[in-house]
Design a binder for this molecule. Structure first.
Ligand SMILES: [Zn+2]
Length: 219
């Protein structure tokens, strides 16, 4: 089944179940990525939600060997300081790279990248404000609360809609965050397995990762 067939099937069977309908979908294009010193080829498609939120979806362009029953999925929250600048204050870039490593070896899987989830959904400006507060001893949760933001403002309904679009309703989710699994279940995505993306801490992100484990129940 090619992707347009699969998309048509998803639209006809589960459109009414979408947590949030999609207002725009681009054609599929190719995106070559350098990964571990090698060129890898991906299919890229962009999405827009009714509320104007944007996302991209990447799936390996390698020929699938068999129909995948429960493909690997990564829903990645955008992080400019981590993903682009390779900041050591968080583990985002390492998780993104590890997820791509898994996906390139597991055809049928999908990565959804959500730029609007910057700073657990509070935005880049607010995130940098919380970094300044963390410099003075607040942890990542209390710093969010101190700037008047929720500890975690992310909603995964849009990502769930994209998974429905591809017909991926039974997935193995690469995440350390149990709340993400719960939210997807509420939006009709059956997470059969959670695959943690454990990144060894460094001296800059050790406290941040510990806080997410202790206060958010992360792996
Ligand atoms: Zn980050």
């Amino acid at each position: 089944m090619n992707h347009s067939d699969r998309a048509g099937l998803a639209r006809s069977t589960s459109a009414s179940d979408f947590a949030e309908s999609l207002s725009g979908i681009t054609p599929v294009t190719r995106l070559p990525l350098e990964l571990n010193g090698e060129e890898t080829l991906w299919n890229l498609q962009a999405f827009r939600s009714n509320g104007g939120e944007e996302a991209i979806a990447l799936h390996s362009a390698a020929e699938p060997k068999a129909e995948v029953a429960a493909p690997l999925v990564r829903i990645h929250s955008g992080c400019i300081t981590g993903d682009v600048l390779h900041s050591l204050r968080c583990d985002c870039q390492a998780q993104l790279k590890l997820a791509l490593d898994y996906l390139v070896r597991s055809p049928g899987g999908l990565l959804i990248y959500l730029p609007a989830h910057e700073g657990r959904g509070i935005g880049l400006f607010q995130k940098v404000r919380t970094y300044a507060l963390q410099d003075h001893g607040l942890d990542t949760i209390d710093a969010n609360l101190a700037v008047g933001a929720p500890a975690d403002a992310r909603n995964f309904g849009f990502a769930a809609s994209i998974l429905h679009f591809y017909g991926l309703t039974r997935v193995r989710l690469m995440t350390n965050n149990p709340d993400k699994t719960a939210q997807l279940n509420q939006h009709g995505i059956n997470v059969l397995e959670r695959v943690p993306l454990r990144i060894p801490p460094n001296r800059h992100n050790q406290h941040y990762l510990q806080t997410k484990q202790v206060r958010c129940g992360h792996d």
